[in-house]
Design a binder for this molecule. Structure first.
Ligand code: COI
Length: 354
């Protein structure tokens, strides 16, 4: 497929790398592509960053038929720009598309066109420690129609945002609250798809956690409300004795790329890592027995986020004295080392841009 490029004539000033927040600034260009039943995916184009015009009846606005991804481009010390496992994100985008009845995109083209967009915007990839260029590929249903069915037209777009830390806590341990009455997703629902509704569904519990002085919500399964699923918008891991444990993918958990990378690295290090159901009771018991060593979240935005405290009802447990543990630290160092080209890339995850 051809990719046309229209350059912006009004380039924005670049931000100060040392002062970047998350998701507030956007680069000069974006990628757009449209889908119709007759033409399939077509008219791929890099254009100046700008609004998407929508009829007020646009289906995405009413029924939320859409999917998105999140990945990052990193600047190495030598100035090379690189991506971390981008093929995994496009594979997951298509998996989310299948769940949401959205036509899949060509994964090779998605990667090639992303590389072209980033090449054009390479001066926007920040160089200060722990900064990166966050990439947001998105697909939304575009038919102006109020009946409930899958749309016949779609827009794919990619926007880029220079970012610093996602959480104000940075890499320091966060306090999380178990929510018992609200759930994020249910088995058979859309929890494993990266679709906007899952994030909307998380907001009320997130607000209640904040009001109670907690950073994140620890989500229980939506059927028995017994098993742990995710933390905030991240996957969750525990270290019990010498074993790393994470909930198995059950249909309501997002298959995180960082999650997959943590599991692969731990296996590469010959460390025991298990994917299985984990109940909240098991974690409380392991804490009481002294075998719960660490807990941490994993995600693209924060990479590894240590958990220092979990509150469930009247039960409050403190993990590893509210300090970052050695497993979380080793994983954070290894993954960010690979991403920024400071460490060996033993599993071949880095993809250079241009
Ligand atoms: C992540 O990358 O960990 C997320 O899912 C957060 C993102 C929605 C900003």
């Amino acid at each position: 497929m051809d990719l046309s490029i229209t350059r912006s004539e009004n380039l924005k000033p670049k931000p100060n790398d040392a002062k970047l927040g998350f998701g507030t600034l956007f680069t000069d260009h974006m990628l757009n592509m449209d889908y119709s039943l007759e033409g399939g995916w077509q008219a791929a184009r890099i254009e100046p960053y700008g609004s998407i015009e929508m009829d007020p009846a646009t289906m995405f606005l009413h029924y939320g038929q859409g999917v998105f991804e999140g990945l990052k481009a990193y600047r190495t010390d030598s100035g090379q720009i690189q991506l971390f496992r981008p093929q995994e994100n496009f594979k997951r985008l298509n998996r989310s598309c299948r769940r949401m009845c959205i036509p899949e995109i060509d994964e090779d083209f998605a990667l090639e066109s992303l590389k072209q967009l980033i090449s054009l915007e390479k001066d926007w990839v920040p160089g200060a420690p722990e900064t990166s260029l966050y990439i947001r590929p998105t697909i939304v249903a575009m038919d102006p129609f109020l009946g409930v069915r899958a749309s016949h037209t779609y827009r794919y777009f990619v926007i880029l945002s220079p970012v610093g830390a996602y959480y104000p806590e940075g890499f320091n341990p966060v306090k999380i609250l178990v929510t018992s009455e609200l759930v994020r997703a249910v088995r058979g629902g859309v929890g494993e798809a990266k679709t906007p509704g899952n994030y909307a569904a998380s907001l009320l519990a997130g607000e209640r956690a904040h009001e109670a002085g907690y950073t994140q919500v620890l989500w229980l399964d939506g059927v028995e409300q017994k098993y742990l699923e995710e933390v905030g918008a991240m996957n969750i891991f525990f270290v019990i004795d010498d074993e790393i444990i994470t909930p198995e993918l059950n249909g309501s958990i997002l298959p995180g790329v960082t999650r997959k990378s943590v599991i692969a690295l731990a296996k590469h290090w010959n460390q025991k890592v298990t994917e299985r159901k984990i109940s909240l009771d098991e974690i409380i018991d392991a804490h009481a027995a002294g075998s719960l060593k660490e807990a941490f979240g994993s995600g693209t935005a924060a990479v590894i986020s240590p958990v220092g405290e979990i509150k469930s009802g009247d039960n409050v447990i403190t993990i590893n004295n509210n300090q970052t543990g050695p497993v979380a630290q080793k994983l954070y160092d290894a993954i960010t080392g690979i991403q920024y080209g400071k460490a060996e890339d033993p599993l071949g995850w880095v993809v250079p841009v241009a």
